[in-house]
Design a protein around this ligand. Structure first.
Ligand SMILES: NC(=O)c1ccc[n+]([C@@H]2O[C@H](COP(=O)([O-])OP(=O)(O)OC[C@H]3O[C@@H](n4cnc5c(N)ncnc54)[C@H](O)[C@@H]3O)[C@@H](O)[C@H]2O)c1
Length: 306
């Protein structure tokens, strides 16, 4: 069995070493395609692969068509919107993610961004503190829960809305569960986004939702750029000079945000949330273990397609 690691943005070496140990320890062969610059290289590399580990790499219908021997794709990370799930299902390929492995890394970055924002991007002027502020956690999944844990250390007042997570799960962490996104945005000084990009959530963070946030509001996005209605966010920030937007996922209209909102807009130059040695190692090794479990024992825990 051949397992391909196809990473345009490679894992840290220590993570690759861990993956190699898991795969070869199970008696499988490991192949590496790192820093590829052309899709043709990926199409060629997948030809004889039985399993593929990816990061943000695109696995579309063309790649699946080329991968005649493929049984499983594991996205080392949480979001799997870079894999065409329907095409994978049509080809009989199992798709998995590795939930929870990079959540602490993303949650820590939320606070790196927040402190930067409330201290006016370190421009030498007097800022504000996080203590006592109302933080709204929009989706209480793996990252949301870690954000809650860290926010308690900052002495923040915590609220959350999740469309699927039961209220008692949220409230046992000392977080107030609210009934709707509308309520969350009305109450909270700061909202941190942790929803996945789905048909329902795409473009859902719009003017109607954001306009009710209190004065001096901050929206922090470490989720996905697609969930933001960028035109409406721009319109809102033009109308509300008190509003700040900080993000780990550069908007399509980054140039416009940068030009219009100096001092209250910041984007990381490249998605940094999961970019830690620990998250790399955790997600990479989890992906390798899941492949071994699937190929040897048929274990489908963490499967995300039907
Ligand atoms: N910045 C980064 O590098 C980075 C890294 C990891 C994850 N992410 C992104 O962060 C987000 C959260 O990741 P996670 O690991 O916590 O995912 P998760 O699957 O653990 O949690 C997602 C939560 O969203 C909730 N949800 C789904 N649809 C909803 C809706 N319409 N309204 C409200 N809640 C809804 C689910 O019930 C779940 O609790 C995802 O968008 C993921 O792609 C970004």
């Amino acid at each position: 069995m051949k397992v391909l690691v196809a990473t345009e943005k490679p894992f840290a070496k220590i993570a690759v070493d861990g993956i190699k140990k898991e795969i070869e320890g199970a008696g499988f062969e490991l192949a590496l395609l790192e820093k590829y610059t052309d899709k043709a290289q990926l199409l060629d590399a997948v030809k004889d692969a039985n399993a593929i580990i990816i990061r943000s790499d695109i696995i579309d219908a063309e790649v699946l068509e080329a991968a005649k021997e493929l049984k499983i794709v594991v996205r080392a990370g949480a979001g799997y919107d870079n894999v065409d799930l329907n095409a994978a299902t049509a080809h009989g390929v199992c798709v998995m993610n590795t939930p929870g492995q990079n959540s602490n890394a993303v949650a820590e970055l939320v606070f790196g961004l927040l402190v930067y924002a409330v201290r006016n991007f370190y421009n030498g002027t007097s800022g504000t503190e996080l203590m006592g502020k109302k933080l709204g956690i929009h989706a209480y999944g793996n990252v949301g829960r870690n954000v809650a844990r860290i926010a308690k250390g900052f002495g923040m007042e915590l609220y959350a809305y999740d469309a699927f997570c039961p209220k008692d799960v949220i409230e046992k962490d000392g977080v107030k569960a609210v009934d709707s996104a509308e309520e969350l945005y009305k109450i909270c000084n700061i909202v941190s986004l942790h929803i996945p990009a789905t048909a329902e959530t795409k473009n859902s963070i719009n003017c109607d939702l954001l306009k009710n946030m209190p004065k001096g509001a901050i929206l922090v996005n470490t989720a996905r750029k697609e969930v933001i209605n960028e035109d409406e966010l721009i319109q809102l920030m033009e109308e509300r000079p008190d509003f700040k937007y900080i993000t780990d996922i550069m908007p399509a209209a980054n140039a416009k945000f940068t030009e219009l909102f100096a001092g209250r807009y910041f984007s990381t130059p490249k998605k940094m949330g999961a970019q830690t040695a620990e998250a790399n190692i955790n997600a990479g090794i989890a992906a390798a273990k899941q492949i071994v479990g699937f190929l040897k024992e048929g274990c489908e825990k963490f499967r995300v397609n039907k």
